[in-house]
Design a protein around this ligand. Sequence first.
Ligand code: MBD
Ligand code: FE
Length: 284
Amino acid sequence: MTDTTTEQASAAASGAAATEQFRSKQRTETAAADTQRVDTLVSELLAAAHDIIRRHKVTYAEYDALKSWLIQVGEDGEWPLFLDVWLEHVVEEVANENREGSKGTIEGPYYVPGSPRLPAETTLPMRDGEKGTPLAFQGQVKSVEGTPLSGATVEIWQADDDGFYSQFAPNVPEWNLRGTVVTDEQGNFKIHTIEPAPYQIPTDGSCGKLIAAAGWHAWRPAHLHLKVSAQGRRLITTQLYFKGGEHVADDIASAVKPELILDPVAVADGDGREVTYDFVLDKA
Ligand code: MBD
Ligand code: FE
């Protein structure tokens, strides 16, 4: 029997939350409405679509299927999910191609600014008895020149042991497994959390429908999301993965890089695992 008092996770609910979150977020640079640039980009995008239609002799039935699917993506609020899963990795590649410090990767649809500020050694906000293997994630934030960056911020957000993100799934406390950690005098941080579970794209929405229709799988490997920044330094948005984890080699969002794979070890005198990873920030 389904518990009718408990709201179920659904594609439309998480899609609506992701759409709302995107609308309220301000990127630092807003794209200028340059007519020439819009003309070039949109014309080439359309030309690529025309070419595909001709080469594959796309039928009216297929055209109509595309049309109704696109309408459905909007109704489900799944544009943020669709774009971040299948396009963002190339935008990120271009944006970060001349970075010298740590590798970045995609932000995805589930970042929320303004998470609780926490000291350099801290436990992320979590429920009593939060499920999952405890993880101690520590490291140092430094400049490309090797200077430790004191007072840098390490924003972290992650799914829980069921693969759900707070504020995008029902019945998870607002800031669960989200925090903004401030580094100490030596630029160090130590974050006590739990290992996240792999993330499955909702199967009951339009993105899930596409995945099923194309015979793909719907999984991202378990990951920690991070935004690391410091005064006068270029902010990095990245993710970290777990060696040997499921789907590390076939992430549906194409966002894994070899430099981003952690290999935690069992804690000698306690529960769970621990790992060290340093962040190197470019000049702003
Ligand atoms: C995620 O957790 C994520 O990080 C991305 C990029 C897309 C969907 C879900
Ligand atoms: Fe994610």
